[in-house]
Ligand binder design. Structure first.
Ligand SMILES: Cc1cc2nc3c(=O)[nH]c(=O)nc-3n(C[C@H](O)[C@H](O)[C@H](O)COP(=O)(O)OP(=O)(O)OC[C@H]3O[C@@H](n4cnc5c(N)ncnc54)[C@H](O)[C@@H]3O)c2cc1C
Length: 319
């Protein structure tokens, strides 16, 4: 038996694929529900308490169809984002060419953006942090007005600390080539993945996967030991034997289990920083809003001193 520890989407999809290849798997989950960070709250409307979006490519779409899950596509024309600037929302241009044509950036920043797109890259450049890369290539204004809110909205992180290669791998690959950046980006264009959610909310995915699997809920694994060629793991019910073990856990929880076996690895896991984040869902009567914001939602650059990283207007995206 292969023991998978953690019934978030990572653990469940790993278990599902292993089982499909004929292996015996059992999933151990500390909580009384599956899904981990993925959690849909069915109040008067569906509210996602964790992730909101699936980036769906063809392969993932096929898998969802096989599972009997239906994607729910965003409403046409709901893609417009806003960015907070001096206390007011401004529409975010959809791409580099729209940025160059509109008034979102000053003329010097547009010029820096254009020069940055035309300049060839080098492998060293791709090793930079997101902020360092953007500052050197496009200048401070593009970093402050564009990249900072995007990094905050997507990764809840500080662009000075986020690695370009890890967060925007396509841009990093383009920047590593001795070609003008726009050509590097053009070469890598692939069939575009599309954003969606699932009918009934994202929690449908872990719940559907769990239906086919042997999942033990309320079963935190508190210790892991070597046992000859295999492993033993301790839950409330005592010790269980497994041939292989998969840790599908947040890094700090993995560190606890790894510490007696591989202290160095445990130390690396402990040092992985996680962004503290709270998700607040607000249900409003649309008619009570004087000036409803059209489109997808808004991003708040850190320099604006706003309380939140931004918001999604979910009812515009999925009416
Ligand atoms: C607010 C928010 C928004 C996000 N938005 C998106 C998005 O839009 N799109 C996207 O793709 N990603 C998004 N993400 C990221 C995505 O949610 C996570 O990457 C993903 O859900 C992590 O899944 P996981 O299975 O790796 O870990 P988790 O979901 O953390 O699952 C780990 C599981 O392990 C269990 N566990 C812990 N310790 C033990 C133990 N000792 N024994 C047994 N079980 C244990 C936990 O209870 C949990 O169920 C978002 C994340 C957050 C927080």
């Amino acid at each position: 038996m292969i023991a998978i520890i953690g019934a978030g989407v990572s653990g469940l999809s790993c278990a599902w694929w292993l089982q499909r290849q004929g292996m015996a798997v059992r999933v151990f989950e500390a909580a009384e529900r599956v899904g981990g960070k993925v959690s849909t709250l069915a109040a008067d409307a569906l509210c996602e308490q964790g992730p909101n979006m699936l980036l769906l490519d063809e392969e993932l779409q096929q898998w969802l169809a096989e599972l009997g899950l239906s994607p729910l596509w965003p409403e046409q024309g709901s893609g417009l984002r806003h960015v907070l600037r001096s206390g007011r929302y401004r529409p975010l241009p959809a791409g580099p060419w729209q940025l160059l044509a509109g008034s979102f950036l000053s003329w010097p920043a547009k010029w820096a953006l254009l020069r940055g797109l035309l300049r060839p890259g080098s492998p060293k450049e791709a090793e930079a942090s997101l902020a360092e890369f953007c500052r050197r290539r496009f200048g401070q204004e593009v970093l402050d007005k564009l990249l900072d809110p995007l990094a905050g909205g997507v990764f809840a992180g500080d662009p000075e600390e986020l690695a370009l290669e890890e967060t925007l791998p396509r841009l990093a690959r383009a920047a590593a080539q001795p070609l003008p950046l726009w050509r590097g980006l053009w070469r890598q264009r692939t069939a575009r993945a599309r954003m969606c959610t699932l009918q009934g909310g994202l929690q449908q995915l872990p719940q559907r996967l769990a239906r086919d699997l042997d999942v033990r809920l309320g079963a935190p694994v508190t210790a892991l030991r070597r046992d000859g060629e295999g492993w033993r793991l301790r839950t409330r019910e005592g010790w269980t034997r497994a041939e292989r073990v998969v840790l599908a856990l947040p890094a700090d929880a993995a560190a606890e289990l790894l510490h007696p076996l591989a202290p160095e690895m445990a130390d690396i896991c402990r040092r992985i920083p996680y962004a503290p984040l709270a998700v607040v869902s607000t249900l409003l009567d649309g008619e009570a809003m004087d000036r409803p914001l059209p489109g997808y939602g808004a991003l708040h650059p850190s320099g604006e001193g706003a309380l939140t990283l931004g918001h999604l207007t979910v009812s515009n995206i999925y009416p």
